[in-house]
Design a protein around this ligand. Sequence first.
Ligand SMILES: N[C@@H](CCC(=O)N[C@@H](CS)C(=O)NCC(=O)O)C(=O)O
Length: 254
Amino acid sequence: MSEKHLQTGDILPPYTGKLRLFAMRFCPYAERSVLVLNAKKIEYDLVFINLDHKPEWIFNFNPKGAVPALEYEEGKAIFDSNIINVYLDEKYPEVPLQASDPLRRAQDKCLVELFASAQSAYYTAAFAPQNVEPSTVENYKKGLDLLQKELEKRGTKFLHGDEPGLIDYTIWPFLERFEALPLLGKPEFSIDKSKYELLVTYMEAMKNVPAVKAYTLAPETHAKFTESRVKGDANYNMLDTSAVCCMRPRKKKE
Ligand SMILES: N[C@@H](CCC(=O)N[C@@H](CS)C(=O)NCC(=O)O)C(=O)O
């Protein structure tokens, strides 16, 4: 794992033969793939990159220059969190993370699609210098309502079932960051524990999932990074990323 976010001019670390994920420590999309790799106990290397001063070689792995990208064989990669995660789930079926019922898989995708407006509301709020439009708060709350209703309807500890699945690992990185909003001077985005009791219980359960626990960051940390980004000087290396642990890996299946 790179100890800091590599940037323009930095050389690509040597390929070790493991799967390699290109990420940025504070990126929620990259986190989705980290969680899936952790949940599946797949052996992997993690390379963090500075998105403001990208190393030239990132474009060899994702022509769009975005993270996450997964190098599945030396010099060959796929990108986009959803594409990567479905690939990982199909390629490494030992710990299946998608629903076996095609309808439930489709419903999970619909849920992710509907939740996207709460994600956008989060970004708008996080990067807004001061007050945000009431419609942004409304979209955010709609997202919370949607998840709470879905948890109620499904009646399981996680959205996937008694164990978390792809749907949970897809949505979680945003819920993790939602708790930073009140710390960024946006109290209207705090999650009311009495109104969202079921959702809050779910969030606590997610924080205790080993795959999540190994990578999660405190709301204060997300707030601090976001503040640096808002100031125009994103502090990518504010953590000692060498201390960030991955799940103890299982040998890659041939
Ligand atoms: N749809 C993509 C979105 C990925 C994305 O937007 N990643 C951001 C970082 S959080 C990024 O790399 N942005 C590119 C850039 O800053 O140029 C996915 O799900 O992987």
